[in-house]
Design a protein around this ligand. Structure first.
Ligand SMILES: [Fe+2]
Ligand SMILES: [Fe+2]
Length: 276
């Protein structure tokens, strides 16, 4: 059966609707090495990739919002690339706190969207109806995220370039508090500064994050910010205020999942949780 692409008969330049799959927090180990918490990261990602490839209509592109690997080693990135190779749509990846920028840059050397130089792996994708701005919130060897050292200035400059283009922002660390104290302690710390910038740019239709290993969403300075579930495992939601992961059972028995975002001109972004 021929797979269709959204929208049927409505693909007119940059006014077309757009379907986007978001996979996150794969935490891929090398095949001969222990996996994170003994969970089948590889098998779970294989099943997610198969599920994304079976979507009809097919997504126009796939976003991978960080924590691509367990520890950021070359072997892990090679394993990840092999697992993602069957994807039928273009993939755009950003780093998370479990990634190592230089190893990721080397592993994705053929990816034209990643900057060849400079510290940060941030970039803009202009090829689709929805403009994508991918941020790098990683702080080396720290679990939390930041947008310091010019990263917010870079974002401000990118937003200024195209005030009339509907735009989605990708970032690994959510910039908002979720009530999950142990994870809030490792959110993106510059949420208010980011919010002040976002509030001045109504072209932003949404902020798509990972890191939480759970789907969540909230109003955010005039737009919506959301976290995606993980392809390896979901954290057990803990609203007790416990300050550290592991004070209670850490992993839930919810299945691996990804997000499917439908953007339609004039109607904004609608996001679906897709369990695998
Ligand atoms: Fe993660
Ligand atoms: Fe993370």
């Amino acid at each position: 059966m021929e797979r269709s692409r959204l929208p049927e008969g409505r693909a007119i330049g940059h006014s077309a609707a757009m379907l986007i799959a978001q996979i996150s927090d794969m935490h891929i180990n090398a095949p001969d090495a222990p996996s994170m918490s003994g969970i089948d990261a590889i098998g779970n990602l294989e099943r997610c990739v198969a599920a994304v490839n079976a979507l009809d209509p097919a997504p126009e592109l796939i976003l991978a919002t960080g924590d691509l690997t367990k520890d950021g080693t070359a072997d892990e990135y090679a394993t990840l690339r092999a697992l993602l190779a069957p994807l039928k749509a273009p993939l755009y990846a950003i780093p998370g706190n479990h990634d190592i920028r230089e190893a990721m840059r080397a592993a994705f050397a053929d990816a034209p969207y990643l900057p060849r130089d400079g510290t940060y792996l941030h970039y803009v994708i202009e090829d689709h109806a929805l403009r994508l701005i991918a941020l790098d919130t990683v702080v080396a060897e720290a679990p939390h995220g930041q947008l310091d050292d010019g990263r917010l200035d870079w974002l401000a400059a990118r937003l200024k370039e195209a005030p009339d283009r509907p735009t989605a922002i990708l970032m690994h660390h959510p910039p908002f508090r979720t009530g999950y104290a142990a994870m809030d302690a490792m959110r993106c710390f510059d949420g208010d500064a980011l919010g002040a910038l976002v509030a001045k740019h109504p072209q932003i239709v949404g902020i798509l994050c990972g890191h939480l290993h759970r789907a969540s969403h909230t109003p955010f300075f005039g737009t919506t910010a959301a976290s995606a579930p993980s392809t390896i495992a979901q954290l057990k939601l803990d609203l007790s205020g416990a300050k550290a992961l592991g004070e209670r059972a850490i992993w839930s028995d919810e299945p691996p999942a990804y997000m499917l975002h439908l953007w339609q001109p004039g109607e904004g972004l609608v996001s679906h949780v897709m369990q695998v």
